[in-house]
Each structure stands twice: as structure tokens, then as C-alpha cells.
Write a protein that binds this ligand. Structure first.
Ligand SMILES: [Zn+2]
Length: 476
């Protein structure tokens, strides 16, 4: 019974796309030719998914990059107006803004695959392992290894909270990734801070070190509403405001977190955070699984960003965040993987299908969370969650040059009718061919250019051996 309207809407789609392309071409040809201007890099002949406000598609387009920024986007003919030091031919491929991973703990790649499918592993396994083993070397190499995976999967910006966050920053600079990085603050001794709340001082130094960096945005990362007391949360909110930096935190993630705030304060964690003046545009709240309708209204009015980590949340069997409702109501929702122990992979392409399909299942409605909205959350939505939409998230002149090229050659990407459907329901992170961050080609034709990938993987194997030995000796 539903076949007819679906076929009708499919056949209507190419018409819409070609009208958009014509509109773009007409606009470009009306411009006077400025002669051949110098540019650093041109990505041309690609199928451009701009993710701009109108969601323009350019079937055969070019992106021109100079000084780390996009200077022009339009039909491929545009490339003739520029003389570039390097040109990437994206014929037959999708060109789109880089994906944004709004919440992870990248260095935890070292622990990936340990203690899966067992209950309460956070307290029984992860915390003891971190206490015994986490040091600068582990954080740097574990981080760099995870970043390899993200670059190979088309992630150009990631948000991280862990310990020794200056080592994560050093690794991000080495590989050339953009990142928002927060030193974790907890009310117990941490691997890099023997005193409870020692993370605050560590964070202050880290923020001073990386303030103004072109790739790194330093942040405070209080672990969760239940693992810091009210006074320290207030202090962090005040300092973040004074220093003009973001705050990263897990919010409404744990069933016992919800039960505790209900019992102790008769509030939700979000209501509590609002009460103490903690909800603001500075906050990027990860998970938000158990938020109520009134919590969602608070998150919207306080302009809080939300990191939606679907795969991690369903793997842990905690529940499905009402991200669909939040997105519809205009909350700033981006996509996230959480740490590599939680969702096991940390690319965003691998999240897309789950986000679409689980929300459909959750609401028993196949029409909700269409592919185009999922791609928006992975790009522009992530930028909005970070309050960086003026700089990131779309292919538009003036934005930072974070651009990826995705192949359409694999059998799963053929035939090619609807790019959003192809990206969400068929693409694999291994289809990402080239990753450009801040105008720099960090991966070209599947080869990472900035760090020796084999060496990084070798280091990870060595750390893996060390951890395997520690676990065998009963460190947990
Ligand atoms: Zn997390």
C-alpha cells in the first residue's frame, strides 16, 4: 500500500537536485571573472554535499581552499579561476564537510575490547586499570592511534575528555586534527592528579598552554553531576566563564545518577544543574539519555549542546536518548561515539545508520529521523553543539577548510540516487578516501600523510601486550 507514494517521491528527487544545481551554476556564471587567483588547494569534479542552510548539492563541483579556509564553493568550472599549489580530483566521489565526533575518550583505544558484555565493568575493570596503567605514554600513543581511526573515517574535529589531556593535544597536533579537549575533573584521585579535584589545577595549566591554538580548543571537563560536589561545579562554571572556554560533561547517562538526584533533591540532574547555574551555552552535555520533556526545554533555553552517542548507549543497554525530540525542538544536537570501550569504533560514518534506524524502531515510525537529518547532526549539528557553526560544519566560503572525500566505487554505493541515503544506510568508514583539516591534506587516497601509521599501530600493539600482562596478573 505504501509503495506508490514512495516511488513517486523517489522519482521527484533528481528533479529537485538538478534545479538546485542549475541555481548554483547560474549564480556562479553571473560573477565577473576575477582572473586566476592563487589558492593552496582545490578539490574539484566532486559531488558536493554542502550542508549549507539550503542544503545545496552541486553535482560536479569544486571547493577552493586558501590559508586554512574555504574561499569558494561552486560548479567545477570555478576551479579555472584559480591557480592552486595542489589539486585533488574527486571525480566520482562525494565531497562534504568533515564529520564531528562530539564526545569521546580517544586514548581508551588501549582498553578497547576488554571486559565487553559484562556488568559494572566501569568500577570493576576500567577504574582499576586506569589507576594502575594510565600515564603520559599510554595517553599519547593510545590517543594518536584513535586519531588515525578517526582521520581514516572522515572525522575532522573531535571532542575529548580524559587524563593528561595535554598529551591528547600533542597527538592531535602531530596528526593535524581539530579538537576540543577537556581535562577530566573528579572527586577522587586520578592518574594525573593524586588529590581529589586535582584536575581543576591541571585544567587551568592546560587551558593556559593551548589558549588561542589554531587546532586545539582547551576546556574544563567535570566528569558528571554525581562525581563532583556543588561547590566545585559552581567554581568550574565561574572559571569557564572568566576564561571563555567550553565545559564538557556526562549528563543524565546513568540510571543510578537519576535515582540519586531524585532521592536526594527530588530533581533530575538537568534541573539540579540549572539550579546551581551550571547550564549555559558553554556546556556540551554528553548522552542525555534520561532527560524529560522539561529537561529538554531547559537545555534549549539555556542553549546547551548535546552529544548523542547512540551506539555506545545501545551497546550498554542503558536506553535511547530522546535526541530525535531534542533535534526537532531545536536543541543543539551532534553525534558522538563515546570512548572506544563504549562503542568500540570511533568513526562517525559507522554511527549514522544506527541513529536513523534505532530512532525509527524506538518510535515505531519509519518516517522519523530521515537520512538528511542524520547527516546534518554529523556535520553542521556537531558544529552547533560546539557553538562553532560560524566556522565549521558546512562547505561555505569563509569557513575553516575541513573537507572529506568519500568514494562511490564500492558495490554498496552503487546505484547512487540519494546521497544522504547512501551515506547513512550504505557507506562504510573505509569509503573515506581523503581527509582535509584546516586546509591540510591529512589523509590522501587512504594514506595518512602526517604521522607514520605503521609505527603508531606498532606502539599500540606494544601497549596492548603490557595491558594483557597486567590483566593476566589480576590488576582488576
Ligand atoms: Zn564518555
Amino acid at each position: 500500500m505504501t509503495a506508490l507514494p514512495r516511488v513517486a517521491s523517489l522519482t521527484a528527487l533528481p528533479l529537485v537536485v538538478s534545479l538546485v544545481v542549475l541555481a548554483c551554476a547560474a549564480a556562479a556564471s553571473a560573477q565577473p571573472s576575477p582572473g586566476r587567483q592563487a589558492a593552496d588547494l582545490i578539490v574539484t569534479n566532486g559531488y558536493l554535499v554542502t550542508m549549507n542552510g539550503a542544503k545545496d548539492i552541486v553535482e560536479n563541483g569544486a571547493v577552493v581552499i586558501t590559508g586554512g579556509r574555504i574561499v569558494a564553493v561552486g560548479p567545477a568550472a570555478l576551479a579555472a579561476q584559480y591557480s592552486a599549489a595542489k589539486t585533488i580530483d574527486a571525480r566520482g566521489a562525494i565531497v562534504m564537510p568533515g564529520m564531528i565526533n562530539t564526545h569521546t575518550h580517544v586514548s581508551m583505544t588501549v582498553f578497547r575490547g576488554l571486559g565487553d558484555d559484562v556488568p559494572d565493568r566501569l568500577r570493576k575493570l576500567i577504574f582499576p586499570l586506569e589507576k594502575a596503567l594510565v600515564d603520559r605514554e599510554l595517553v599519547y600513543w593510545g590517543g594518536l592511534h584513535g586519531m588515525l581511526e578517526m582521520v581514516e573515517g572522515g572525522v575532522t574535529t573531535f571532542v575529548d575528555m580524559y587524563y593528561f589531556e595535554d598529551e591528547v593535544a600533542r597527538a592531535a597536533k602531530a596528526i593535524g586534527m581539530r579538537a576540543v579537549l577537556g581535562e577530566t575533573i573528579v572527586d577522587f584521585a586520578a592518574p594525573d592528579a593524586p588529590e581529589p579535584y586535582g584536575g581543576i589545577d591541571y585544567a587551568r595549566k592546560f587551558i593556559a598552554q593551548y589558549r588561542g591554538d589554531p587546532l586545539i580548543t582547551p576546556a574544563f571537563a567535570p566528569h558528571a553531576p554525581y562525581s563532583l560536589d556543588t561547590d566545585h561545579l559552581r567554581q568550574i562554571a565561574k572559571e569557564a566563564e572568566a576564561l571563555d572556554v567550553p565545559i564538557l560533561m556526562h549528563v543524565s547517562e546513568m540510571p543510578d545518577e537519576i535515582a540519586r538526584f531524585r532521592k536526594e533533591r527530588n530533581q533530575t540532574p538537568v534541573e539540579y544543574l540549572d539550579d546551581i547555574g551550571f547550564l549555559s551555552r558553554r556546556l556540551l552535555a554528553a548522552h542525555c539519555i534520561f532527560v524529560t520533556d522539561s529537561d529538554i526545554a531547559l537545555l534549549k533555553v539555556r542553549d546547551v549542546g548535546v552529544a548523542h552517542a547512540m551506539v555506545a548507549n545501545i551497546k550498554s543497554a542503558k536506553g535511547v536518548s530522546p535526541a530525535l525530540k531534542m533535534f526537532k525542538e531545536g536543541v543543539r544536537v551532534g553525534l558522538a561515539t563515546d570512548g572506544p570501550m563504549s562503542g568500540n569504533t570511533i568513526d562517525i560514518v559507522g554511527q549514522l545508520g544506527y541513529v536513523a534506524k534505532v530512532h525509527k524502531l524506538d518510535t515505531k515510525d519509519r518516517n522519523v529521523m530521515p537520512a538528511i537529518d542524520v547527516v546534518e547532526m554529523a556535520t553542521r549539528g556537531g558544529a552547533r553543539a560546539l557553538h562553532m557553526e560560524d566556522r565549521l560544519g558546512s562547505l561555505e566560503a569563509g569557513k575553516l577548510a575541513d573537507v572529506i572525500v568519500i568514494d562511490r566505487d564500492s558495490p554498496r554505493m552503487i546505484p547512487f540516487y540519494d546521497v544522504y541515503s547512501a551515506l547513512v544506510y550504505a557507506a562504510h568508514p573505509g569509503d573515506v578516501r581523503t581527509t582535509i583539516i584546516n586546509g591540510r591534506v591529512v589523509m590522501e587516497d587512504r594514506k595518512v600523510t602526517t604521522v607514520p601509521a605503521d609505527d603508531v599501530k606498532g606502539r599500540m600493539r606494544g601497549i596492548g601486550d603490557r595491558i594483557r600482562t597486567a590483566v593476566a596478573k589480576g590488576i582488576q
